[in-house]
Design a protein around this ligand. Structure first.
Ligand code: PEP
Ligand code: CO
Length: 450
């Protein structure tokens, strides 16, 4: 069957909002189709070649951000904080792994969420589930929960605003080692990790000054650090409206983001999301978990890239610390033995979500969704071991984190307990590592990756 940006409509699709006002949806999509793209094909191709390098073990991908972005958090401090933690983690990883790092944010478009139920019932009232800020609104009223196509435009605009600020910060030297304020640890100063982190920053700074003395000037090449964007490929109407052909390049590019990924709930081999990804030139992430069989995985890879293009498919595995040991090795062996190119990235978050009931503090007796730092670390460590044993490379990690001091995951150097969760639990969706936990994870990964 020939592919077009609309051919996914002939395939079974899940997780699509039902818009009662189809005429309004049509007008919105026309408007989106006429607006400029958010990213360029040039950037997409360069990310693809970096992913191919990481699949060979020559690079490491640091992929992270919120479970869901919210329109309210499209502000200067939240964006800068996210950039800063990703930058600091990548510095630690460069230092520890001696590999180049590719940074991908779950930002500038991560506004739609998959839901396990179409509707939510409260006190006998049934309304559509909240699906993220670019689909509907969280309040429990019919007006708020009815999918509103105008929100797709608001999401596009906030993606553009976010990206504009990120590009300006990067161009303005935010990631430059000559700007020590961006490498400083703010509230983690008293953390057990601070001294080790400071040593790394100092040692990189010294190497840079040494090279600059040799070169007799500032090494500008090293000042530029790129960030790529990603979000879950969910609302296909939106993605199709931003999928374009560009001059002097073959094929179609989804110019809403550099790398979209297909989530666990939409990764069916015969489904609309895989069909959509078949025809775009972007690298594509596919979530892989306990329900994925070797045959289904091989079929998915072959559908997305019949010509076995390096860098095109990223397999994001999310089994949970207790299941990865059994689940991952047969999949790695199958892909390796079939000679298929794929970059393996470990998502140690989504298989490790659990519900706890704090016994003390303001939330005593209440059920809270959390993740344990120890489980997250254990899944990454096992991923390294499994790939080492199979002769493949762990190409990177995919993490839900924030640059702020939240209390959503337990454990870590400061030993956050279940009773501490109430202090600053802000996520509407999945629990994220806070600034200090995220940096600690990077340090432990850096030690392990050597
Ligand atoms: C996510 O990455 O936020 C997500 C929903 O993950 P998964 O599809 O793996 O459950
Ligand atoms: Co999530």
């Amino acid at each position: 069957m020939a592919w077009t940006p609309q051919s996914w409509r002939d395939y079974p699709s899940t997780q699509q909002p039902v818009y009662p006002d189809q005429a309004a949806l049509g007008r919105t999509l026309d408007e989106l189709r006429a607006l400029p793209p958010l990213v360029t094909s040039y950037e997409i191709e360069s990310l693809k070649s970096q992913i191919a390098e990481s699949a060979r073990g020559d690079r490491f991908i640091l992929w992270g951000g919120d479970c869901a972005e919210s329109f309210a958090d499209c502000n200067s401090s939240a964006i800068a904080a996210k950039l800063k933690i990703l930058l600091q983690m990548s510095l630690v990883l460069v230092h520890g792994t001696r590999r180049r790092i590719t940074r991908i944010g779950r930002f500038a478009g991560q506004y739609a969420k998959p839901r396990s139920a179409m509707t939510e019932v409260r006190d006998g009232v049934e309304l559509p589930s909240f699906r993220g800020d670019n689909v509907n609104r969280p309040e429990f009223t019919l007006a708020a929960r009815t999918p509103d196509p105008a929100l797709l435009l608001r999401g596009y605009e906030r993606s553009a605003l976010t990206l504009n600020f990120i590009r300006a910060l990067v161009d303005g030297g935010f990631a430059d080692l000559h700007h020590p304020e961006n490498w400083d640890l703010a509230f983690v100063k008293h953390s057990p990790l601070a001294a080790e982190y400071q040593r790394m920053v100092d040692s990189i700074g010294e190497s840079l000054r040494f090279m600059e003395t040799l070169a007799g000037g500032t090494i500008t090449q090293m000042q530029r650090v790129d960030f790529y964007t990603s979000h879950e490929l969910l609302v296909l109407d939106y993605e199709a409206a931003l999928t374009r052909q560009v001059p002097r390049r073959e094929g179609w590019f989804n110019l809403s983001t550099h790398i979209p990924w297909i989530g666990m709930r939409t990764n069916a081999g015969d489904g609309a999301h895989i069909e959509f990804c078949r025809g775009i030139r972007n690298p594509v992430g596919v979530k892989v978990g306990p329900g994925t069989t070797p045959d289904a995985l091989l079929a998915t890879i072959r559908t997305i890239t019949p010509d076995n293009e390096p860098g095109r498919v990223v397999l994001i595995t999310r089994f949970g610390a207790h299941a990865i040991g059994r689940g991952l090795p047969p999949l790695v062996a199958a892909v390796r033995d079939a000679g298929l190119h794929a970059a393996w990235v470990c998502d140690p978050m989504h298989g490790n979500t659990e519900t706890v009931v704090p016994t003390g503090g303001p939330w005593a007796g209440k059920s809270v969704k959390t993740r344990k730092f120890g489980h997250i670390l254990a899944e990454v460590e096992q991923a390294f071991e499994i790939h080492r044993a199979a002769g493949t490379a762990l190409a990177g990690v995919h993490i839900e984190l924030t640059g702020e001091d939240v209390s959503e995951c337990t454990g870590g150097a400061r030993g956050l307990s279940d009773d501490d969760l109430s202090r600053a639990y802000r996520s509407q969706v999945d629990p994220r590592l806070n600034y200090e936990q995220a940096l600690e994870l990077a340090m432990l990964i850096a030690r392990r990756a050597n």
